[in-house]
Ligand binder design. Structure first.
Ligand SMILES: [Zn+2]
Length: 80
């Protein structure tokens, strides 16, 4: 079991702005074992919309999906 190092609230705008996809977007979605970025998927950049690590804008670190726990203060139908 990997150690959880950060907890992200998907409904918290501050968290959304802090953690970015590898191309620097905020429009990513957490799926079971990876992430998917809507901005990358639009295809105007040569990047893979599926990735396993988020970039922490504040510390400059890259954090693997296994080390991230998601908390939600409000239930969100998008990620249910
Ligand atoms: Zn992206």
């Amino acid at each position: 079991m990997p150690e959880i190092s950060i907890r992200i609230d998907l409904n918290d705008d501050a968290d959304r702005w802090r953690y970015r996809c590898p191309a620097g977007h905020t429009q990513w979605t957490a799926v079971n074992h990876h992430f998917w970025c809507a901005a990358c998927a639009k295809g105007w950049q040569d990047v893979d919309p599926v990735f396993e690590e988020l970039h922490d804008l504040k510390t400059g670190e890259t954090i693997h999906r296994d080390r991230i726990a998601f908390v939600e203060k409000r239930p969100s139908p998008i990620w249910a």
